[in-house]
Design a protein around this ligand. Sequence first.
Ligand SMILES: Nc1ncnc2c1ncn2[C@@H]1O[C@H](COP(=O)(O)OP(=O)(O)OP(=O)(O)O)[C@@H](O)[C@H]1O
Ligand SMILES: [Mg+2]
Length: 356
Amino acid sequence: MIHKEDNPATPYRNFQQNSENLFVGIDLGTSQSAIATSSGKLLNVASVVGFPKDLVAYKLVGKSVVFGNECFKNRMSLDLHFPLEKGVIEFHRNQKDASRQREAISGFINHIISLIGRKEGQNLYVVVGAPARSTVNDRQAVVKAMEGLVDAVLVVSEPFLVSYGMSVFGFAIIIDIGAGTLDICRMHGAIPEEEDQQTFFTAGNQVDTKFFDLLKARIPNARISQFRLKEIKEQHAHIGKKPSKIMTEFSVSGKLVSYDISKELYESVESILPNIIKTTRKMITEFDQEYQNLLMENIILAGCGSRIKGLDEVIASELSDLGEVKVRLTEDPIYAGAIGGLRLGQDMPVEEWEKL
Ligand SMILES: Nc1ncnc2c1ncn2[C@@H]1O[C@H](COP(=O)(O)OP(=O)(O)OP(=O)(O)O)[C@@H](O)[C@H]1O
Ligand SMILES: [Mg+2]
């Protein structure tokens, strides 16, 4: 897994401070949420909320609600809720779950805002990232969740924030591979429109599910931990070259047996490729011919799924029939969106914000 501990406040000194207004970029992600503030903090929190299952569990964890990675440490004692399934605020189907889920969402947003460290009297201006093709309802749900906690909020497409944070205002294609969503966005020197953006649910979580399903089908009697498989994925995921052996032991009918699981991992990781190639190709070839080269020279991989080894080379080679293609990665996939949000917030004239 990426983080053993929620990241403590890290100083980030590139931005000007302003004692009256505090600007913040927040990337609410399915697996983790990142925060960048104009007072110089970078923080991230696993997007998970836990409620003690019963009185004994409450005694053990010592609080009525737990946030972030502490939830995983105490997961046997907690009912876990993921407030951002598929990258948007998600309400649940049955009545009992719905009220708990609402509690989880508002608790999580409150927790995030409390980490920002706003000083008394400061106005809080927040830019929040949303999946490229999230609906108006999805975006309104974010605004509603922030009501009463911040002074103004702006909900903006996540890949757009990534490129803004990298000062890419011209031509580029951003491919953001997260846990819940794969977002692809074409930048062309203006705010991207609907036809420039595409969201798929073929991202990290789907790789995890496929990996688990393939192994279950091959070794039906094995006890397989999804947490462990995710760790193996994050350590070994690669694409392009033939997979080399990954030996892992599973308990099968009470005995430990060793298996090479490289083929299943490879097949699961590879399953995210078709949507990336098909959509990137379409966004290039359906664009004004005069500018296609500029898009091809600037393909940027973001999100922690971009850490799959060899992915940049495979994308460049799959699209090489179009001409010379250059694929690069963001410097820091965890904070790229939050930093873009912070920069955009600081650049927006205060009068143009919609106040809550
Ligand atoms: N080295 C790695 N190789 C492959 N996948 C990885 C690696 N490191 C992290 N991941 C995967 O990246 C995903 C998390 O990415 P990220 O933190 O960008 O998502 P998110 O922003 O929380 O989700 P979303 O943008 O979909 O809301 C998880 O599925 C995680 O397992
Ligand atoms: Mg994300």
